[in-house]
Ligand binder design. Structure first.
Ligand code: FE
Ligand code: CA
Length: 164
């Protein structure tokens, strides 16, 4: 059985993953408004992935016989100055999420809840990937600078995500 403390913390992370999904969907909409269809597609796939993360917490809570308590999802920003600004925020956001997952793993260890610790391992690994991919794109955007050609090339490349 999950402790009340763990149940509450896992519900909070479910909410944080839902917010991540909302944040990236908002970035996708911001890119669409600028006709950056590839960046929009990439963020659309990312938003779906974040919702799947939220569902992993949902399913785990149910599996452990705990209560799922859905909280309101905070309103994300509506617009970014461009891809560089959005990916700068993405890197910062993923670093924040990594810190949250680490805190959850610390709690699981403190509570001697090995099932939850093992469940959280997947997220520990996922955050390494999330940070690496956000950093790679942010760095390439820095290299692209004010080159429209480089930006449109990246838009084309990122647009392949989720399309086989
Ligand atoms: Fe996530
Ligand atoms: Ca991922």
């Amino acid at each position: 059985m999950l402790s009340k403390k763990m149940e509450k913390a896992l519900n909070e992370q479910l909410n944080a993953e839902a917010y991540s999904s909302y944040l990236y969907l908002s970035m996708s909409a911001s890119f669409s408004a600028r006709n950056l269809k590839g960046f929009a597609q990439w963020m659309n796939v990312q938003a779906k992935e974040e919702f799947a993360h939220a569902m992993k917490f949902y399913d785990y809570l149910i599996l452990r016989g705990a209560r799922v308590t859905l909280q309101g999802v905070a309103q994300p920003p509506a617009d970014w100055a461009g891809p560089a600004a959005a990916f700068k925020d993405t890197v910062a956001h993923e670093e924040k999420v990594t810190a949250m997952i680490d805190k959850l793993a610390d709690l699981a260890v403190a509570e001697k809840d090995h099932a939850s610790r093992e469940f959280l391992d997947w997220f520990v690994k996922e955050q390494v990937e999330e940070e690496a991919q956000a950093n790679e794109i942010a760095q390439r955007l820095n290299l692209a600078g004010s080159s429209t050609g480089a930006l449109l090339f990246m838009d084309h490349e990122l647009g392949k995500r989720g399309k086989g």
